[in-house]
Design a protein around this ligand. Sequence first.
Ligand code: AQP
Length: 327
Amino acid sequence: MRIFSGIKPSGDPTLGNYSGGFRQYAATQEMGDAYFCIVDLHAITVEYDPADLHERTLDLFAMLVATGLDPDRSTVFAQSHVTAHAEASWLLSAVTSYGQLGRMTQFKEKGSRQDFVSAALFNYPILMSGDILLYQADIVPIGDDQRQHLELARDVAERFNTRFGEVFTVPEGVYPEVGARIMDLQDPLGKMGKTGSSEQGTVRLLDAPDAIRRKFRTAVTDSGREVRRGPDKPGISNLIDIMSVATGTTPDAVEAEYGDAGYGAFKQAVGEAVVALLEPVQQRYAELRGDDGELLRLLGQGAEKARAASAPTLERMYEAMGFARLR
Ligand code: AQP
């Protein structure tokens, strides 16, 4: 089984990234031949500071390892180190529908927040399709916000296979049962993101314990007193999901334990559970982040493995599309 997923070095990672991303990566790496990519080419699709990109890439690599990836077992690498990604993206743009790209909600949402909307932001899902398809991934562990992009990647694979012959495995998205979309603690109808959500409602994996406690203490709740999930309780439902993710118990068990505890006590308990979850991650991160040389060595090792794994697919793409190859 081939597994692929990517994460953008676009800001300090959040509890949302942990829930839909990191924890799924660590779990799925046990299932087969796994590729995890720091998608730095995706990070330039919106306004960013070139002075930060290098450090953010190393930060994210250290966080991937701190949350459980083993770079000797899995292939962990940076997208820009493997030129096949940019090449595949151009080739796949020939079988991607312009209309479908324009319907992507992330493009519309992120585009509306930018003064300058780049063509790269519009083309983002093509690059993402190439990321996945180059590795012939069977499964792609992601959060709910990437569902529409994954569907597009499947359409692109199918259109290519129909037009040029069977080259690609059509990938399946894998979403967590609980915590597929963690919401902003201050606005439980909006996603918690590295960018775009409120600072007070966004829990970052490197936040100090007291900052985490404060963010949960001030989290927006709903009417009523009962700790239970429901469409009328977006704030409490989100906190129940977070408690379930942090402690590895089911949302039903969380409701059974805290149903009558009152919102204040429940929020405090969720804060403590998240602090306990992140403490060892932060410790491991600090150890790893102290050694740039080792991180770069491991990134180099990942790049080599990723180049070797993606090159045959890229070659098959060129051949299937009829290009004259020099061999
Ligand atoms: N709130 C979330 N709940 C569950 N999963 C989430 N993910 C992101 N936010 C949540 C998942 O994290 C993985 C890596 O995300 P990404 O780096 O590809 O960027 P994104 O999906 O666009 O998320 P962000 O954090 O909000 O970044 P920005 O602000 O830069 O766009 C993905 O699997 C994603 O589903």
